[in-house]
Design a protein around this ligand. Structure first.
Ligand code: MSP
Length: 509
């Protein structure tokens, strides 16, 4: 069985989850669901990055130990993912004992390889990024991402010989064009690596909250070295499950943390003698009403707020339709509602409700069968069958927005077909044969739409499948090849017309 292993970054549990966390985790959920639909054995890993100075500081501010502090926040992430209908395989925390053991094992391997040495570090540190910056990177003495003052740190530290891997990294990018996606970001990383890379400080002595180095317990492992290792510890390194799923198919990350994933992480793996992942995909950032989302300016959109705008599926749809995955996007409540009202309610919702109402009225609640295919029906059949392959290619390229756009082109075509065929006139003129053909064609096509939207808006997809008189659980267990068959629906299935899929005006569906 083909395997598919996908990961999200592990998030700092120093506050409740927001749109940025939700975005990557939803993307991973959509891709995991897609690959499950194809019948693959899927492992989807997410979790939290519990260690480091930032967490230690936040805990102190709240009069808690870092363990108590993170223990209180981690459930908020799990709850948020449950509310958003995200189904991960495993939730890892870097405080898990298996993870700690793996970090020590990897450090030991890298150390024995001769890739770690002791030195003195002097540099500008941004706690929010948990990262050092060179003078050149700073903007007016501030972190280029957070725009906050950096701290000047000077400490004894162990270094990882990152510079030694410059040529091997460049060779990796060269040989494997899909290692960094999208291509524009790949080019940025390549040119930065070509400029030269410095060795990386991988230990700290100025705080306690982290994993001790196995070869010097006065030192705490740098939080990124610790965190990146989650991608192998989370899938059971070095056991059977790791052997089955590694290398990961996709690490999904935000553009701000691409460097860690596309430079530091593969170099760590090369040093430890472990295969590198297949793809690191960096998505863009959301702004809020054209402004940067920032905690300090009170512009953070929590998961609860996201859901309260127009319900779970509207937000799942909006985030992946509004902007191309990989590019930045602007978020506003109005644009979510606009998408819900036009694409979801007017186009998809109406298509389903009009069709089922006609079956109710003209066919006694039963889906009529017809094997007649005139020109219009042939067009719809061919489009529908081809749509599976087109969407498949786009999902492989992680082109989520175009997959949705293409599915919606089909939905628009189906609405136009109703307008053209005017089934109400066919009923009036007693042209029952054509009426049955039109209704059967619509049901077949709607079933295809329900399959293809299922990774994106699973709840809506299930509702449609139920309304078509099928059982979602057993339906989605069918092999993908069977789901692709045009004439899947049997004669005489009784529909179960339910509530309107996307009631407009309602804040929460
Ligand atoms: N703990 C590290 C990741 C370690 S992975 C081995 C971390 N955590 S984080 O809590 O800061 O989460 C960051 C993730 O959220 C990043 O992928 C980042 O790009 C994403 N986002 C944060 N704000 C965002 C937006 N406004 N828009 C989209 N994503 C953004 O970094």
């Amino acid at each position: 069985m083909k395997t598919f292993y996908i990961t999200t970054p592990i998030y700092y549990p120093n506050d409740i989850p927001h749109i940025g966390h939700a975005y990557t985790t939803l993307a991973a959920d959509i891709l995991a669901r897609w690959h499950k639909l194809l019948g693959e054995d899927v492992f989807f890993l997410t979790g939290t990055d519990d260690h480091g100075k930032k967490i230690e500081k936040a805990a102190l501010r709240n009069n808690k130990t870092p363990q108590e502090f993170t223990d209180a926040l981690v459930p908020k992430f799990k709850e948020a993912w449950a509310k958003l209908n995200i189904k991960y395989t495993k939730f890892i925390r870097t405080t898990d004992s298996e993870h700690i053991e793996t970090v020590k094992l990897i450090l030991q391997k890298v150390y024995q390889k001769g890739d770690i040495y002791k030195g003195l570090y002097r540099g500008n540190y941004c706690i929010d990024c948990e990262s050092y910056y060179t003078e050149k990177d700073l903007i007016d003495g501030c972190c280029p991402i957070h725009k906050t003052k950096v701290e000047e740190l000077k400490e004894e530290t162990y270094f990882f010989k990152l510079s030694k891997y410059q040529d091997r990294l460049l060779e990796l990018y060269e040989k494997n064009v899909n290692f960094i996606m999208p291509i524009s970001r790949r080019n940025e990383v390549i040119s930065r690596v070509k400029e030269g890379i410095q060795d990386l400080s991988i230990s700290r002595t100025s705080f306690k909250w982290g994993i001790n180095l196995p070869f010097d317990d006065k030192h705490i492992t740098y939080v990124w070295f610790d965190a990146l290792t989650n991608y192998i510890s989370g899938v059971g390194y070095p056991g059977e499950s790791f052997k089955k799923f590694w290398p990961a198919n996709v690490h999904l990350v935000g553009k701000d943390i691409l460097w860690f994933h596309s430079v530091i992480w593969p170099a760590m793996l090369m040093s430890a003698g472990i295969e590198v992942p297949k793809t690191v995909f960096a998505h863009g950032w959301w702004t809020f009403n054209k402004e940067k989302i920032s905690k300090s300016r009170g512009k953070v959109i929590s998961v609860d707020e996201l859901i309260s705008i127009a319900g779970v599926d509207s937000i799942r749809y909006f985030l992946f339709r509004e902007t191309s995955f990989g590019q930045d996007g602007d978020f506003s409540e109005e644009s979510v509602i606009r998408r819900r009202d036009t694409d979801l309610a007017n186009e998809l919702g109406n298509l389903v409700s009009r069709t089922l109402t006609m079956i109710e009225k003209y066919s006694n609640c039963r889906i009529p069968y017809s094997n007649r295919l005139d020109e219009d029906e042939n067009i719809l059949k061919n489009f529908g069958v081809k749509l599976f392959d087109e969407v498949s290619i786009m999902m492989n390229d992680l082109d989520l927005s175009n997959a949705l756009t293409r599915i919606w082109e089909y939905i628009k075509l189906l609405n136009q077909y109703i307008e053209k065929m005017k089934p109400w006139n066919l009923n009036k003129t007693k042209n029952y044969e054509k009426l049955n053909t039109v209704l059967y064609t619509l049901c077949n096509a709607i079933r295809i739409v329900a399959v293809l939207i299922s990774p994106f808006i699973p709840e809506t997809s299930n509702k449609i499948i139920k309304q078509l008189g099928l059982e979602p659980d057993s339906f989605f267990k069918e092999p993908y090849e069977r789901l692709k068959i045009w004439e899947y629906l049997k004669e005489g299935i009784t529909i179960r017309k339910g509530d309107i899929l996307f009631p407009k005006g309602d804040k929460k569906c």
